[in-house]
Design a protein around this ligand. Structure first.
Ligand SMILES: NC(=O)c1ccc[n+]([C@@H]2O[C@H](COP(=O)([O-])OP(=O)(O)OC[C@H]3O[C@@H](n4cnc5c(N)ncnc54)[C@H](OP(=O)(O)O)[C@@H]3O)[C@@H](O)[C@H]2O)c1
Length: 258
């Protein structure tokens, strides 16, 4: 998110407009520059209970005590006394058991309501599940857009089976370029619903049970457009067409990450 000047003010307005429109899941991380401070300023005066705030610990900080200290720093920047969900940003060299033991302790102490992981494929998730003493993995946040549908083969079914929410990031990462045949066809789908191509993308990426998406928008115009996707129901014919334009891979592929 923009950190200074008018662009920062616009981003604050965008976040506030998003919350008013029902986009109450706010994703940040200790890695995202001064985003946590920006969120703190944006959410001033909004009822905390309406919000679902997620942050992430960097793998290099994710020892047992490092995770607890990183959470405290995030809470301080956000001026909050708890997070709704806390994630390990990606898997590093520190044993998962240490990070997850810290997550369980933080949950027990009321500092986080839930915890999860990010950029984990099936084998990593299995290992993480095996490390838990009493807690539960709330979610796995991974790259998911039209050009990165490999997770539909194994990862999404595994998450559904284990009641782990799949939070897709960078939904607009592969968007049809203007003037392409794909754009023309996606526009036809959009127009039939009185929607935009971006709204169609968001609806497509949240069509499967237990899948969510977290578009980033730092302007009111984009936030309003994205919130409008909540009302959009694609038909089986629309889904079939999008599937043919951007097919999922026919064989297993490594999990994408940016
Ligand atoms: N866990 C991870 O490793 C990881 C990695 C990457 C991202 N993420 C998370 O995922 C979020 C989203 O990912 P992202 O920022 O990489 O990609 P994204 O949400 O796919 O794309 C963001 C871009 O799309 C633009 N945009 C938003 N709404 C639009 C609309 N309706 N029409 C046209 N353009 C629109 C934004 O512009 P404006 O800003 O100008 O509105 C921005 O340039 C991040 O903010 C972060 O929280 C997580």
């Amino acid at each position: 998110m923009p950190e200074v000047g008018k662009a920062r003010e616009d981003a604050i307005s965008a976040l506030r407009r998003g919350v008013e429109s029902g986009l109450t899941h706010i994703d940040t991380a200790e890695m995202y520059g001064r985003a946590e401070e920006l969120i703190c300023d944006a959410l001033e005066g909004i009822n905390r209970e309406e919000l679902f705030i997620v942050s992430k610990v960097l793998p290099s900080n994710a020892t047992y005590t490092g995770t607890i200290e990183a959470l405290e720093r995030s809470l301080k920047r956000l001026k909050l006394d708890y997070l709704d969900c806390y994630l390990l940003h990606w898997r590093g060299n520190i044993p998962l058991a240490d990070t997850l033991a810290a997550m369980e302790k933080l949950q027990k102490d009321g500092k986080i309501k839930s915890f999860g992981v990010s950029n984990f494929d099936v084998e990593d998730l299995k290992e993480a599940l095996g490390c838990l003493s009493f807690g539960k993995l709330a979610c796995n946040q991974v790259l998911y857009n039209l050009g990165n549908r490999g997770i539909e083969r194994n990862l999404i079914p595994f998450c559904q089976k284990n009641d782990i929410a799949l939070v897709g990031y960078t939904p607009f990462g592969t968007s049809p370029g203007a003037k392409t045949e794909e754009y023309k066809q996606m526009s036809t789908v959009a127009k039939a619903h009185g929607a935009t191509v971006q709204q169609v993308l968001l609806a497509f990426l949240t069509r499967l049970d237990g899948t969510f998406t977290i578009p980033k928008a730092s302007t009111v115009k984009h936030v309003e457009e994205n919130a409008g996707a909540l009302k959009l129901d694609l038909t089986p014919k629309d889904l079939e067409l999008i599937d043919s334009l951007y097919p999922a891979p026919k064989r297993d592929v490594p999990l994408g990450m940016i």
